[in-house]
Design a binder for this molecule. Structure first.
Ligand SMILES: [Zn+2]
Ligand SMILES: [Zn+2]
Ligand SMILES: [Zn+2]
Length: 559
């Protein structure tokens, strides 16, 4: 039942925590917020020994709280989650900024109780309650973890001291047996089935493993990951250091030689290459060039993983293997166009249907069912913010590993562009496209961050649309808009769907040029933009009206 105040490191109990926390926060020297912050207690519904207290700024969003809970306690494979507050359910969405984008002070009052669920399969159920308020706000970010329960006292089976490890023995049921660091080696000399006992209500559930590096982001200043899970325990298990873990996240392709990858691709090509090509042709006819190249990348890497990595030709594909390929291999694609996560599964399903119609697949319906079932998890995992976050750093590390002179702009840029074409679903063989991209990036002083590349991609798509117009007036407008948006301190272009940004920018430019007028039945040009970018007109209009706040005052921005 006891916990530790993460500000002063004093022991606290559930009974004393409110008074202690309010007092400790008063003397913390943390900034006073515009409005009081919430003190929220989070506890497991069934085992109340697991509990946390979080300080939440009044305008922290549900999604922030979701993020904290995941990082500190529950995240295993990117399952969905939901809060239930006053009979209303707020689910973690496919797109950031969905249901959970609501600020807490719109939902909570002093004393409010609410619920949280993570993973609707093997669910972790939590109860939350506003137990107090504080005038101060967290020093960094919207939330800060300020109290956490101490690790549960579990005794070593051999010596009775505090256990550090759980030994999984499926023949003895799910809970396993527990040992301290001294006794574990006699029970399991190679530590093959030992796990560190997690301080989490999700301990032992699904693929859960405590992630101290993720959790530490929510701690007050002065704590390190080592304080949460001692490094020596991790070393005993041979758990890789953080940098090794990052290497594991790279796609399998990167760890293979080019020759190996080529021979894997040859195997696909000689068996089903013709059908794949026919499918890409159909995609191009139905959805246009951009989608065709995305479809090609998606289908080829899917088949290459299955043929090469899993040694399964199309006759041996079954539901578990395609699901695994999607969730373990495809999901790791480190760089992709924004529209890829939501299109990857539909593309693969169309591909499977195509192969079935071509008589190459007997069980297409079953495979399609498996992919569709796995799609929510896939989309969530493929777009997890950590992935974006790590991207630049990872690229930098890889560049160093490969001996690229990272201080030299040109060689670094070449490296990144090479990586991008190798790994992404962008058009792989359009040399001039890459050349153009490179020229643009080089022509600009601020280079070499992914956000910048992203802005360039957004503008390139605008350009593709504008090529149908008589002159460059609209394109110049688009360029000016992209420039303004990039200059904004909140860089709005770095978030959200890139294609939708392109569409909104073209739309705003056309409207400002007087080409889109309010008309019964809609403006034909607006319709054309919607069709070209394959985005609903209402979404474009929403995005356009959201644009205003990022732009310097412009006359005529009144609708
Ligand atoms: Zn304290
Ligand atoms: Zn899981
Ligand atoms: Zn022991």
């Amino acid at each position: 039942m006891s916990g530790t105040c993460l500000l002063c490191r004093a022991p606290v109990t559930r009974r004393t925590v409110q008074r202690h926390a309010e007092g400790c926060l008063r003397s913390s020297g943390w900034p006073v917020g515009k409005k009081p912050s919430f003190l929220i207690r989070v506890q497991d519904r069934y085992n109340k020994s697991y509990w946390l207290v979080v300080l939440a700024r009044h305008d922290a969003r549900l999604s922030d709280l979701d993020c904290l809970i995941r990082d500190v306690w529950v995240e295993c494979c990117g399952h969905l989650s939901a809060f239930t507050i006053g009979g209303e359910t707020y689910t973690s969405g496919d797109d950031i900024g969905d249901d959970m984008a609501v600020p807490l002070d719109r939902l909570l009052l002093p004393g409010s109780s609410f619920d949280y669920e993570y993973d609707f399969g093997t669910t972790t159920e939590l109860e939350l309650k506003v137990i107090g308020a504080a005038p101060v706000a967290p020093p960094e970010g919207p939330l800060c973890l300020i109290v956490r329960n101490d690790p549960l006292p579990i005794a070593c089976e051999t010596c009775g001291n505090r256990a550090d490890f759980r030994l999984l023995d499926y023949s003895k049921g799910a809970s396993g047996s527990f040992f301290c660091r001294e006794c574990i080696t006699s029970a399991d000399p190679d530590l093959e089935s030992a796990e560190i006992i997690e301080n989490s209500p999700r301990s032992g559930v699904c693929g859960y493993a405590e992630d101290p590096v993720a959790a530490i982001r929510w701690y007050p200043p002065g704590w390190s990951a080592e304080d949460i899970v001692p490094e020596d325990l991790q070393e005993m298990l041979g758990i890789a250091s953080q940098s090794d873990l990052e290497d594991d996240l790279l796609p399998a392709e990167d760890q293979m030689s080019d020759a190996e990858v080529r021979s894997m691709m040859d195997a696909v090509d000689s068996d089903i290459g013709e059908e794949v090509a026919r499918f890409i042709g159909e995609e191009q006819a139905a959805h246009g060039e951009i989608f065709a190249s995305m479809a090609e990348e998606t289908v080829l890497s899917f088949c290459t993983f299955l043929y090469g990595l899993y040694r399964r030709d199309i006759r041996k594909w079954d539901a578990p293997v395609v699901r695994r390929c999607l969730l373990e291999e495809m999901v790791q694609n480190p760089i992709f166009p924004d529209e890829w996560p939501k299109n990857a599964v539909p593309i693969l399903c169309r591909f499977l249907a195509h192969m079935s119609a071509a008589g190459r697949l007997q069980n297409a319906a079953e495979l399609i069912g498996a992919l569709k079932g796995a799609e929510p998890v896939f989309r969530k995992a493929a777009t997890s913010p950590e992935k974006y976050h790590d991207l630049s750093r990872r690229l930098l590390e890889r560049a160093r590993d490969e001996g690229v002179d990272v201080k030299d702009r040109n060689s670094m840029l070449d490296f990144i562009l090479r990586e991008v074409t190798a790994m992404a679903g962008m058009d792989p063989d359009a040399e001039e496209y890459l050349g153009e991209l490179k020229e643009m990036v080089l022509g600009n002083a601020a280079v070499l961050d992914i956000e910048h590349l992203r802005a360039e991609m957004i503008l390139l798509r605008c350009e593709e649309f504008c090529s149908r117009l008589e002159d460059d007036t609209i394109l110049d407008w688009c360029a000016a808009l992209v420039k303004d948006l990039t200059a904004h301190p909140a860089p709005p272009l770095s978030r959200g769907d890139g294609v939708l940004w392109s569409a909104a920018i073209v739309y705003a430019a056309c409207r400002d040029a007087g080409l889109i007028r309010r008309a019964r039945g809609g403006s034909p040009l607006a319709q054309e933009i919607s069709t070209f970018f394959d985005v609903r007109l209402s979404s474009i209009r929403n995005k356009v009206s959201g644009l205003k706040q990022y732009l310097p005052d412009t006359p005529g921005e009144d609708d």
